[in-house]
Ligand binder design. Structure first.
Ligand SMILES: NC(=O)c1ccc[n+]([C@@H]2O[C@H](COP(=O)([O-])OP(=O)(O)OC[C@H]3O[C@@H](n4cnc5c(N)ncnc54)[C@H](OP(=O)(O)O)[C@@H]3O)[C@@H](O)[C@H]2O)c1
Length: 224
């Protein structure tokens, strides 16, 4: 499968590229093609050192719009404030059958700790803004909000955690669940349709407040 990572030069992008390149062809996206190509070279070196000959995928880089055209799956590894502008641009290049994943957490740090922006500022959840700006709501899946970047990037580590998943089409959710299960120790927990994505997104500020106030490093969530 060809997996495009919009904003793939950032921390989460690196983690997803390293994890999924074991089996899939990853295209790291950036606003600058050269930045993406350089990141792809670095990620390839790390992945090959770890996986050796067992690696059947690849990592290349390109400008975000070109990446969008080539992708079966597109993961939006960008921040909340950039969703509307980025998705408006991408939507013109998006293939009809492309699945779009939003791991985006609308979060800010205030004097009281980490807060969920839609609740504080009466704004929409991240995946709802994605849905407002790309044509196919049923092809959007919201997931990965509580995954620690540091642990995702450490490919020798099992994540030993769950991630909540929201989406309207169960077949499309199943495809994303398969990708989730390919990340060692990560389990997908289906939460419901995209309209309740806020329940998944809001967990991250809660998790980070609990971590910082109780000195827990790189926390995750597990349903027992
Ligand atoms: N970090 C975590 O532990 C974590 C965990 C769960 C979910 N998330 C979510 O995952 C997403 C990515 O997080 P991250 O930590 O990887 O972020 P990051 O390291 O800051 O990377 C985000 C990428 O966004 C791109 N970007 C910057 N300004 C932009 C703009 N104006 N328009 C379009 N793209 C722009 C940059 O790529 P170029 O400069 O190359 O274009 C950058 O590499 C966020 O929504 C975050 O809430 C993060």
């Amino acid at each position: 499968m060809k997996i495009g990572l919009i904003g793939g030069t950032g921390g989460m992008g690196e983690g997803f590229a390293l994890r999924w390149s074991f089996r899939h062809d990853i295209i790291v996206g950036s606003r600058e093609a050269q930045k993406a190509t350089e990141a792809a070279k670095i990620y390839t070196k790390i992945a090959k050192e770890s996986y050796g000959n067992r690696m059947t995928g690849s990592i290349t880089g390109g400008e975000n719009l070109g990446v969008t055209k080539s992708s079966d799956i597109l993961l939006l590894s960008i921040h909340y404030q950039h969703i509307a502008e980025m998705c408006t641009q991408l939507s013109k290049q998006l293939r009809d059958d492309c699945i779009v994943i939003s791991p985006i957490v609308p979060m800010a740090k205030t004097g009281t700790g980490f807060v969920y922006i839609p609740l504080e500022e009466a704004k929409k959840p991240a995946a709802e803004i994605v849905a407002d700006n790309i044509p196919y709501r049923s092809r959007i899946v919201s997931a990965f909000h509580t995954i620690s970047e540091a642990r995702l990037k450490n490919i020798s580590e099992s994540l030993d955690s769950d991630t909540f998943v929201c989406g309207d089409d169960r077949d499309i959710v199943a495809t994303v669940n398969n990708l989730i299960s390919e990340i060692a120790g990560l389990r997908a927990i289906y939460l419901g349709p995209l309209s309740i994505t806020y329940q998944a997104e809001i967990l991250t500020p809660m998790l980070l407040n609990s971590a910082t106030r109780n000195k827990i490093k790189n926390p995750g969530i597990r349903i027992v």
